[in-house]
Ligand binder design. Structure first.
Ligand SMILES: NC(=O)c1ccc[n+]([C@@H]2O[C@H](COP(=O)([O-])OP(=O)(O)OC[C@H]3O[C@@H](n4cnc5c(N)ncnc54)[C@H](OP(=O)(O)O)[C@@H]3O)[C@@H](O)[C@H]2O)c1
Length: 291
């Protein structure tokens, strides 16, 4: 793997860098000397993590920007801060996520798993697209999950308004990340910006210990550490070997098949259109530069 190069001119934006996979990936990416811009909702935690990253990497170019992804307004404000300071972005890692046992709504009234894990990232990409194009060759990585193979996209119930089930809601959001990756790939053709979806494996993180009973965690033996999972994410973010690959689904380091339905181009377009409408309903006058 070729990820030890010095990337001191590069700017890498990552969501969910305060914990688990995102934090470990940020630590490794910081070692390349790149500038890291990390979106975080909790700035007290962010400041502790910043110290940890600097200590680990000896790289002080780490900036945390406050953003609660459960608020489209907050995503917009964070993106405006990024754009004002960084005219070029080399890598955007859409990693933040949650798993919720109850149906909770975001500030905008969307089901929170869908709103945070997917819709906020859909919006973030559109807000940063000019800077990603300016940084080309540049990359977007959408963190998804193999759960979408079992619980897929519910195009007619994206908000889980019928009976709420946490796995179903999580699968819906993670499937949306895969559909989005394929639609975005088509819309980015010729721009030099690549986009891939990524399943990191089953990781022992806060999300896992908060949502899965200890006994199951013990029984399921294939959990990996966030440090190990982060290696594949870092590979997708910066390794030369995958520089020209786009519109694919990776399970750890390996290019794989996603669910059969995720290749349905009509569904991909439908999700895109619905997502854009959801943003436009809440953000007055928003126009997508990819439509
Ligand atoms: N764990 C697994 O087995 C597994 C498997 C497949 C895919 N994934 C995916 O991997 C990604 C990382 O998850 P993880 O396992 O590393 O979980 P984690 O340790 O719980 O980290 C989740 C990150 O998302 C952030 N986040 C959650 N809600 C947010 C919000 N409203 N606004 C801003 N940030 C928010 C968290 O911030 P706070 O620190 O403030 O809470 C945290 O930094 C997720 O997309 C997850 O779905 C995980």
């Amino acid at each position: 793997m070729n990820n030890t190069q010095n990337l001191k001119e590069k700017v890498i934006v990552i969501t969910g860098g305060t914990s688990g996979l995102g934090k470990e990936a940020a630590k490794e990416l910081a070692k390349t000397n790149a500038t890291l811009v990390i979106l975080a909702r909790n700035m007290e935690l962010a400041s502790q993590v910043k110290e940890e990253i600097i200590k680990y990497s000896d790289n002080a170019k780490i900036e945390f920007i406050q953003s609660d992804l459960a608020s489209l307004k907050s995503v917009k404000e964070a993106a405006e801060k990024i754009v004002s300071k960084y005219p070029k972005i080399d890598v955007l890692i859409n990693n933040a996520g949650l798993f919720s046992s109850k149906r909770v709504l975001t500030e905008d009234g969307y089901e929170s798993t869908f709103g945070v894990d997917y819709l906020a990232h859909f919006y973030l990409v559109l807000l940063l697209i000019e800077e990603l194009k300016a940084g080309a060759p540049s990359r977007i990585i959408n963190v998804s999950s193999n759960i979408h193979l079992f619980f897929g996209l519910k195009i007619n119930d994206l908000q889980q308004e019928k009976r709420y089930r946490s796995q179903k809601a999580y699968g819906n959001a993670k499937a949306a990340m895969v559909f989005h990756t394929y639609e975005l790939h088509k819309r980015l053709e010729g721009t030099g910006v690549t986009v891939n979806a990524f399943h990191p494996g089953h990781i022992l993180t806060k999300m896992t210990t908060d949502s899965i009973p200890k006994i199951f965690i013990k029984l399921i033996r294939n959990y990996i550490s966030p440090e190990k999972a982060a290696k594949a994410l870092v590979y997708l973010a910066i390794d030369d070997e995958v520089a020209n690959i786009s519109g694919k689904y990776f399970q750890k380091f390996t290019m794989s098949e996603s669910s059969k339905e995720s290749y349905n181009v009509e569904l991909q377009q439908q999700l895109w259109n619905k997502s854009l409408e959801m943003i436009q309903e809440k953000i007055n006058g928003f126009q997508s530069k990819l439509d």
